[in-house]
Design a protein around this ligand. Structure first.
Ligand code: NAP
Length: 236
């Protein structure tokens, strides 16, 4: 079996066996260097993974109904969030953007196939935006989009399988809220010393550590692909 077949078989089986009723199944997937960086220190975008890992990411996208990033990623990377390097369907693009900072010129505002859903806590001030569907959401205690409410909303809109691609603040928020069901991580053989993919989780003890169990891994050209279910409390 190719790694594409192995991971897609594992993921679809995992999704089938564990589909929460009130939110989508969440797969977190991103690329990092050996030291855990996902971008340069000033958040300048950095292409980390090789061509084959990129194809795998696009294959993974095609296995999800929705793909979500934070506004920080939109502002720095201007992503398209489409499936271009693999034959498959584009997932629904979704952005967490409490203050509606998405620029009118962002590529996500000009998608021909699917209008991006912009999840915001603002009730007005987005009338200038075209080409996106603005979705007002309840705020969390920090004034950001409440993840639990957002996921319930997405599930009600028909998103059963959601892929979260970053960036770091969104990755950290999803993990803190224990909303990541599966992880597919690309680790590239580089040291960057840059912007870390996971911020402080403020865990109190060893039993609070997150464990990927069982952990699967395979080389893909020069990159290492790691994947598995996320277990939130464990004692060894
Ligand atoms: N290597 C990779 O695979 C990869 C993937 C993606 C991104 N990146 C990199 O990651 C960097 C961007 O990451 P980032 O950490 O700056 O931004 P981010 O995580 O993409 O977006 C963070 C922003 O999302 C908004 N947000 C709304 N609700 C939120 C919630 N509940 N929790 C967290 N955030 C919420 C917040 O802005 P508001 O308060 O304004 O809503 C927050 O500042 C870039 O350098 C990009 O290149 C790398």
């Amino acid at each position: 079996m190719t790694i594409h077949q192995t991971i897609s078989h594992w993921l679809t089986g995992t999704q089938r066996n564990f589909t929460p009723v009130d939110r989508p199944f969440v797969t977190l997937s991103y690329a990092q260097s050996l030291d855990g960086s996902i971008a340069l220190h000033d958040r300048e975008p950095l292409i980390l993974s090789g061509q084959e890992a990129l194809r795998l990411t696009h294959h993974l996208r095609s296995l999800h109904d929705g793909i979500l990033v934070g506004i920080g990623t939109v502002l720095s990377d201007d992503p398209q969030l489409t499936v271009r390097h693999w034959p498959g369907n584009n997932p629904q693009p979704i952005v967490l953007d409490s203050q509606c900072r998405i620029p009118v010129g962002a590529r996500l505002c000009h998608s021909l196939e699917k209008s991006c859903w912009v999840l915001t806590t603002r009730t007005s001030g987005w009338e200038h935006l075209e080409g996106v569907e603005v979705c007002p959401m309840q705020a969390d205690v920090q004034g950001r989009v409440c993840l639990e409410r957002a996921l319930k909303f997405l599930r009600d809109k028909g998103i059963r399988h959601l892929m979260v691609e970053g960036g770091a603040q969104v990755i950290t928020a999803f993990i803190k809220a224990q909303l990541v069901d599966a992880l597919v991580l690309t680790v590239t053989p580089t040291l960057v010393g840059g912007y870390r993919g996971l911020h402080d989780l403020h865990l109190a003890s060893r039993t609070d550590l997150l464990k990927i169990d069982p952990l699967h891994s395979e080389r893909l050209d020069q990159d290492l692909i790691l994947w598995g279910r996320v277990a939130y409390r464990y004692a060894s």
